[in-house]
Design a protein around this ligand. Structure first.
Ligand code: SAM
Length: 302
């Protein structure tokens, strides 16, 4: 189906390559959890960070960061992930509680623990798709904590550059029932063909009343802000070169694609939500976050 690219291959677990970004987000969520004005609590996050040799020395509280909130990585970038977690928690809960969907598909789930920490209505099924090594590490940590999910949780170890639809169908996903989909911090790591396939697939498997949220980066972000403090700090402090992990090819217009398929779409900046919540990152000069957009899409009922 879709081809592979050396950018995203190689290390299949959390110890390197794109899998390591799952630990970065977990560390950010751990820090957010312990803030006095937290936007999102994830009590599992720090356990992932401390369990992986690659991240065991990273901070899990802002007090462990010598320059605290002025640190571009563990201050502002981590707060960004905290805000993103909260906004997408709210999206998912709204979609199941008022929208009525009972199937949730987390694409590139990484170390997302929403199945364990959110209050899902009865009858919900959470499908978590990520690569085998990432999910294996996640299960090792969660099993050690005797964590119990608050909904039926179905992990699906597969690479999203392959044809992942049969695995989702085998796992019990029902395309005739409404669904909620989330691609949080994922699409910019995928080749354009895999993103197009993902959007087409979500549309094809979504009945009316379904919803999708995803994150994109405007292309100008990748060229204009290459020396942004966020990218530089992430590379120098913990060795994750995000610009190298991102797929560098021109991106498809997924928002336009969905609109053309009849979905209603709303494109927001993270800063919109910072203002709404009264905390989170605000615009800066030379800002890698300036090109991030959070897209909310609904397939209308007749
Ligand atoms: C930045 S992390 C985000 C994880 C999670 N959505 C969150 O926000 O906490 C990116 C995730 O995408 C996953 N990912 C990247 N490329 C993938 C692929 N080709 N197939 C499956 N998962 C992939 C990585 O393994 C990683 O867990």
């Amino acid at each position: 189906m879709v081809g592979t690219t050396p950018r995203n291959t190689g290390v299949e677990g959390v110890e390197g390559g794109v899998g390591l970004t799952a630990l970065l987000v977990a560390a950010a969520r751990a820090i957010e959890t312990h803030r006095h004005d937290t936007l999102a609590r994830d009590v599992y996050a720090e356990h992932f960070v401390l369990a992986a040799p690659a991240s065991a020395g990273w901070p899990v509280r802002i007090q462990q960061v010598p320059d605290g909130d002025t640190n571009p990585l563990w201050g502002r970038f981590a707060r960004y992930f905290g805000l993103r977690t909260r906004v997408l928690d709210d999206f998912l809960l709204r979609s199941v509680h008022s929208g009525g969907a009972r199937q949730v598909v987390l694409l590139g789930a990484g170390l997302d623990t929403r199945a364990f920490r959110l209050d899902w209505p009865p009858g919900c099924a959470i499908f978590e798709i990520d690569r085998d090594g990432v999910l294996a590490f996640k299960h090792q940590v969660l099993d050690g904590l005797s964590a119990t999910p608050k909904a039926a949780r179905i992990p699906i170890p597969i690479d999203l550059r392959a044809d992942w639809v049969p695995a989702l169908a085998d796992a019990g996903f029902d395309p005739a029932a409404p669904s909620v989909w989330l691609a949080e911090g994922l699409l910019f790591y995928l080749p354009p063909a895999a993103e197009t396939y993902l959007i087409d697939t979500v549309d094809r498997l979504s009945t009316q009343g379904s919803a999708l949220a995803f994150e994109v980066k405007l292309e100008k972000d990748l060229s204009e802000y290459r020396d942004s403090p966020l990218y530089t700090a992430t590379k120098h402090q913990i060795g994750i070169d995000l610009l190298r992990l991102f797929d560098g090819e021109p991106r498809p217009d997924s928002v336009g694609d969905l609109a053309g398929k009849g979905w209603s779409t709303s494109v927001r900046t993270p800063f919109d939500f910072t203002r709404q919540h009264g905390r989170g990152p605000l615009p800066e000069q030379n800002d890698a976050l300036a090109g991030n957009r959070w897209v909310f899409a609904n397939k209308p009922r007749p």
